[in-house]
Design a protein. Structure first.
Length: 364
């Protein structure tokens, strides 16, 4: 058996291999591209959202990672860890002021873990993410099932809008070099139903206002995502109350300066998005919070300037750091946040993700 620490050393946040190649432009085809792409090194499926249950607002996150282990590709043993599957899940109790999270890791195969090609069908022991076709052409319904430590997610997330292709028709640059790119699409404004369980108590998602039960799905795959001098990134995916969707991100150097930036803006009722260029997005930190666990100092309030306008981003709970050293090896911040306009009015909610503050993030 390969020790867990050895698996991690070969995994998604530290995979070793030859020089990365630039990804060619291609037309994403669905449902095929909802599935796994094992020929590329790193891939993830990521759903974040909010739901109202038991009269309270909850944030939730589940992410499945697939990592090709280059060092194992030529091994003949059936037990070789050619592909690793990782997963993170988290539940934020906004009213209670706490976040719970859990993680999983296993090599693909043996009925334990899988990320299938052809459509979204990812399983890791008793955690799963499946895509089911919905009644409308091209629509999706994602089924999340995760029995975690202290909580459980039993949620369905159904598309209400077309797929949003990020970057240039789904090819999203992440740095100055052409090899620093990913295939990337999003599905914002997913309608959330189902139930959340906390401490053995099952709570059904309430039939609340549409903006209270909304999720965001990202699917991204790449050969090499980060430039050598990038240490991490800041990212937001925001569902606006009027149906619009905002993505913005920056990759940072060690001194905190932006190496690259981007994002998109899609107005309500439209199928195509306005794509932001690397010089048109500016993240300015306004308030920071220090983690008592890792000691990392995270900006939990931001001003984000984009071609679509100036926005404020404010964490609904400061303490939303995830320590995933038991799976991917990374420590990062990921949490439910508010989106505001320049006057301070709430426009919507979504997730803020910040990596590379506790340690340099190694990805591909």
């Amino acid at each position: 058996m390969i020790a867990r620490r050895a698996l991690l050393a070969l995994g998604a946040f530290g995979a070793l291999g030859g020089r990365a190649r630039a990804l060619p432009a291609r037309t994403l085809a669905f449902p095929r591209d909802h599935g796994s792409h094992p020929d590329l090194r790193t891939e993830w499926w990521y759903i974040t959202g909010q739901a109202r249950a038991d009269g309270r607002l909850w944030g939730f996150q589940i992410t499945f990672f697939r990592s090709r282990v280059d060092a194992a590709q030529g091994l003949r043993s059936a037990f070789a860890a050619r592909q690793l599957i990782f997963a993170h899940a988290a539940l934020t109790d906004v009213q209670g002021g706490r976040q719970l999270h859990d993680q999983r890791i296993a090599r693909a195969g043996f009925g334990i873990a899988q990320a299938l090609e052809g459509d979204t069908d990812i399983r890791l022991r008793d955690w799963s993410l499946l895509r089911r076709p919905a009644p409308l052409p091209g629509a999706s319904r994602y089924e999340i099932r995760a029995q975690a430590d202290g909580f459980a997610l039993e949620l369905d997330c159904a598309s209400t809008q077309p797929v949003l292709l990020q970057g240039d028709a789904g090819l999203s640059r992440k740095g100055p070099g052409p090899e620093q790119a990913s295939y990337y699409y999003s599905q914002p404004q997913l309608a959330v139903t189902g139930a959340i369980t906390l401490g053995g108590r099952r709570m059904a998602v309430a039939d609340a206002g549409a903006h209270d039960n909304r999720a965001w799905m990202d699917h991204e795959w790449s050969e090499a995502l980060m430039a050598p001098d990038a240490v991490g990134w800041d990212w937001i995916g925001m569902n606006l109350r009027d149906g619009a969707a905002l993505t913005a991100f920056q990759l940072r150097r060690a001194d905190g300066s932006a190496l690259w930036a981007g994002g998109s803006w899609r107005r309500a009722g439209e199928s195509r998005a306005e794509v932001f260029g690397p010089q048109t997005v500016l993240f300015t930190p306004l308030r920071r919070w220090r983690s008592p666990g890792s000691g990392a100092l995270y900006p939990v309030e931001w001003r984000v300037d984009t071609p679509a306008g100036r926005f404020g981003v404010q964490a609904l709970l400061d303490a939303q750091e995830l320590d995933s050293r038991g799976s991917t090896g990374a420590i990062y911040w990921e949490g439910l946040s508010l989106l505001r306009d320049e006057a301070g009015r709430e426009l919507g909610r979504g997730y803020l993700e910040m990596t590379g503050y506790a340690q340099r993030l190694r990805l591909g």
